[in-house]
Design a binder for this molecule. Structure first.
Ligand code: ADP
Ligand code: MG
Length: 409
């Protein structure tokens, strides 16, 4: 299956300035980068552009600042990137403006300028045309490698692409290819494991896979919306009220002919509160008594889920099976992670916390594709268009020209 967008590989950028949007939204710990996975994921495109002789104006958002917030400056990110590349990465004082334009104008081939946090500008999340134009004026070519932000139509992810020849970066291209092939062309049987906090976040994905997968396994806090819908007592478990009706619909659709086999937990691990030091108890069943909350799937469920994963021709996992941040409640998530790492089928994992779990357990190397995108990977799986991908030039240059003249008109 081809990727239908023009690739940075084919972009002619020698001696030109490229505005590169990456997702460098890393966790910070007191002003330093706590986990640089996303910075490392952006390196191949940065290195390719440097090899091609482009001057790079790099930008990203970081956190959710309300206007300018020095605690969410890109400074620590620029510093870490400079260390990884072993070059100086200059930091612009703003996102756009005269001083920024001047600094961009001074860049030579292979050099890098990092813009300040794009969300310091209110126009970023509003996809403001004035900000898009100001960003575009900093460069001759745009490359979007920020897959994890591609489900947002923001100025730096979408708007700017209408003002410059716009190419897909290597990471974005690979993400779309890997995830689309699980969605549209999986080697059967397709086994989908979904967990995490909320049904409302994942209902589109559940529905899609109910129709296309062979098996859908559900764990995490999400399962309590299903249990509530079935009239099973959930005690003090985290139940998303809005999710209960949705879960009821899923249960109904799962009974229709042709639907995936839907599996819910049959045993649980309970705690008295969301806390590593809390009283812990294994429950052979799913009726949660008052005063207790379900914080993990039980051992029998874990081994059934692991067996299903081992039988998958393709396995997609999103969302932890329990409160895996708390060691006494991490076993179910670990069992799924290990089964995925050992599975003979093709394995793809998406979702911030699921990826964090794979990393925490040291199993990331056992997955065929570990997506950097949470919301973006789910929206793609649902079959929704990602604005940051849609805005890029089509792969075929003839149609690309046609599109360009249309968008200028
Ligand atoms: P992802 O980022 O992989 O998409 P989510 O953000 O949907 O996953 O969910 C992850 C969160 O769900 C974790 O913080 C985890 O503690 C929480 N969680 C999972 N199962 C439970 C549970 N049974 N009770 C409370 N919280 C849970
Ligand atoms: Mg999450």
């Amino acid at each position: 299956m081809g990727f239908a967008k023009a690739s940075v590989r084919d972009a002619e950028v020698a001696g030109r300035r490229v505005l590169l949007r990456a997702d460098l939204n890393v966790p910070l710990d007191g002003g330093t980068v706590e986990d640089d996975t996303r910075i490392r994921a952006a390196l191949p495109t940065i290195e390719l552009l440097r090899e091609k002789g482009a001057a790079i104006v790099l930008c990203s958002h970081l956190g959710r600042p309300e206007g300018r917030d020095p605690e969410l400056s890109m400074a620590p990110v620029a510093e870490r990137l400079g260390k990884l590349l072993e070059i100086e990465v200059r930091l612009a004082p703003d996102v756009v403006g005269d001083q920024v334009s001047e600094m961009a104008g001074e860049l030579g081939g292979g050099e890098l300028l990092m813009l300040e946090n794009t969300r310091f500008e209110a126009g970023e999340t509003e996809d403001d045309p004035a900000l898009s134009e100001a960003l575009a004026a900093l460069a001759d070519t745009y490359v979007n490698d920020a897959f994890a932000a591609a489900h947002r139509a923001h100025a730096s992810t979408e708007g700017v692409a209408h003002h410059l020849p716009a190419y897909a970066g290597l990471l974005l291209e690979r993400e779309v290819r890997e995830l689309t092939s699980v969605r549209d062309d999986p080697k059967p049987p397709l086994v989908v494991v979904l967990g995490g906090a909320k049904v409302t976040d994942k209902i589109g994905t559940i529905d899609r896979f109910l129709a296309t997968a062979e098996r859908v396994l559900i764990g995490g806090a999400m399962c309590f919306s299903f249990f509530r819908a079935q009239g099973v007592s959930t005690g003090d478990s985290l139940v998303e009220d809005e999710g209960v009706e949705l879960a009821r619909g899923v249960i109904e659709r799962a009974a229709e002919p042709g639907a995936a086999e839907l599996s819910l937990p049959i045993d649980l691990v309970l705690g008295e509160s969301f806390d590593a030091g809390t009283e812990r108890r294994e429950l052979d069943g799913i009726e949660v008594p008052d005063g207790w909350m379900g914080l993990d799937i039980g051992a029998t469920t874990s081994s059934r889920f692991a067996d299903a994963i081992a039988e998958g021709g393709t396995v997609f996992w999103n969302g932890p099976m329990g409160a895996f941040e708390l060691d006494p409640f991490a076993a179910g998530t670990l069992a799924v992670a290990e089964a995925i790492a050992e599975a003979p089928g093709r394995t793809v994992v998406g979702g911030g916390d699921s990826a964090a779990a794979m990393n925490k357990f040291g199993l990331a190397g056992g997955v065929d594709w570990l997506s950097t995108g949470g919301g973006a990977s789910l929206e793609l799986m649902e079959g929704r268009e990602l604005p940051g991908v849609e805005a890029l030039l089509p792969a075929n240059p003839a149609t690309a020209d046609a599109k360009r003249s249309r968008s200028r008109a």
